[in-house]
Design a binder for this molecule. Structure first.
Ligand code: SF4
Length: 445
């Protein structure tokens, strides 16, 4: 009897990716085989997202799709996990009775044992996450990955339902994170992206004080790691110790993802977010000018006035951010902001989103033009014919723009780091040439 084949479909954020990779390791340990082909699988696990309406829709469409496959393959088992079952609980099973079992966020790690019992299960009581990622099966062959340093969130941003889905803030110990990073580096990983709902509250619960700077310092002592990047930093939790460690350690990217969501004090107050976002950003840029900033912005939040919006666009035009993730406000029944009056019409939300995007695009063109002729280290992520593409230290995976390199020869491989010289720009992306080929006097075609 050959081992049962399991296909894990991961939706949503990079935290879900880490969790799915961890559960994949548990399946292997329990004697299952893994497959990326859902049509060859005996078991499908859908690790879902329900952060906003579109994410819920994507998760439900995926469930429906696997249900159609099961109609033709009745022995196929379908299990659903993560944020959607955590949010919908019984409703999900009533809507999709073909589901063979579901777990929420707090006990995703139990899913393998529950599946082995071969009886129906539903367990969506505990909100939380999987913090043991010691047996991860990496889903990418590239030398880049994520490490999740904590789960849950204690903030109360009025538009967000994550604390309901993921529970209270739970830090992992520094040792467990450093051991995981060492194990990943031993597997050839060169880039680690530090993630959580809020990375900067790290340690407050288990060490009684903000300890991210200590963790980053420890991680920077793993010499095989070339790039350590900080994502999801909560503005008011960024302190001098953290900024010093980032600016002084060679293998920590001079890069911080600091979602501010807005700049108007009026809107930030309604969002229940730090109202001094402007001061925080300006101080970082003044005292640590080499640190590249990325942020996220929500346009069209309830009660956002023309004045508020003008202030936001004005701030974007001051060009503090290399990258901005721009979102339109999405109304969630389970979020506090759902009860706010003066909601902005959908069309106007889309218009405001576009205006912010246009303002940021001018910054991107200017910033990228200023890089022409400059040299950077480049991680090759893919090669197609005479073109390679990848990223530099100031570009995070999956969310930022890319660098495209025109090649003369083909003696390079994905996963390698090479020196490049920027030679041009194309929309959001950067065009470059390998330094070695430039020096060899090979002309760009
Ligand atoms: S910090 Fe992030 S995860 Fe936490 S409540 Fe705010 S938006 Fe949600």
């Amino acid at each position: 009897m050959s081992n049962q084949k399991v296909a894990i479909i991961t939706l949503g954020c990079s935290k879900n990716t880490v969790e799915s990779e961890s559960v994949a390791g548990l399946f292997l340990k329990e004697g299952f085989d893994l497959t990326n082909d859902i049509f060859k699988s005996d078991i499908i696990v859908i690790h879902t997202c329900s952060f906003i309406k579109d994410a819920r829709l994507e998760s439900e469409n995926c469930i429906k799709y696997t249900g159609e496959i099961k109609e033709k393959k009745p022995y196929l088992k379908i299990f659903v996990s993560g944020c959607l079952p955590q949010l919908l609980k019984n409703q999900l099973l009533q809507k999709y009775p073909f589901i063979d079992g579901c777990v929420g966020t707090g006990n995703f790690g139990d899913i393998v044992k529950l599946i082995k019992k071969d009886v129906f299960f539903k367990n969506t009581e505990i909100a939380g996450g999987m913090n043991d990622s010691s047996k991860r099966v990496l889903s990418s062959s590239l030398p880049t990955t994520y490490i999740k340093i904590s789960e849950g969130c204690n903030h109360k941003c009025s538009f967000c339902i994550i604390p309901k889905l993921r529970g209270k803030y739970q830090s992992r110990s520094i040792n467990s994170i450093v051991n995981e990073a060492k194990a990943l580096a031993d597997c050839g990983i060169k880039e680690i992206n530090i993630i959580a709902q809020d990375t900067t509250s790290y340690g407050l619960d288990i060490y009684g004080k903000l300890s991210l700077h200590k963790l980053m310092d420890k991680l920077s002592q793993i010499n095989d790691l070339k790039w350590i990047r900080l994502l999801y930093a909560y503005p008011s939790r960024i302190n001098k110790q953290l900024l010093d460690v980032i600016s002084q350690r060679e293998n920590i990217c001079k890069y911080i993802d600091i979602p501010i969501q807005h700049i108007s004090k009026h809107v930030l107050k309604n969002m229940a977010r730090p109202v001094n976002a402007r001061e925080i950003v300006e101080n970082i840029k003044k005292q640590y000018p080499d640190i590249i900033l990325r942020t996220s912005i929500i346009a069209g939040f309830p009660r956002e006035t023309e004045e508020d919006f003008k202030e936001l666009v004005g701030f974007v035009r001051e060009n503090h951010f290399e990258h901005i993730g721009i979102f339109g406000y999405s109304d969630q029944k389970n979020a506090k902001s759902f009860n706010l009056k003066n909601k902005i019409k959908h069309e106007l939300i889309e218009t405001r989103k576009q205006i912010v995007a246009n303002a940021q695009f001018q910054n991107v063109l200017k910033n990228n033009k200023n890089k022409i002729g400059k040299s950077f280290e480049f991680l090759i992520e893919n090669i197609a014919g005479k073109k390679a593409y990848g990223r530099t230290y100031f570009q995070a995976p999956e969310i930022d723009n890319n660098v495209f390199v025109n090649l003369q020869s083909n003696n390079i491989k994905a996963g390698e780091f090479k020196k490049i010289i920027v030679s041009g720009i194309k929309d959001y992306d950067i065009i470059a040439q390998l330094e070695t080929e430039k020096k060899a006097g090979w002309k760009m075609v």
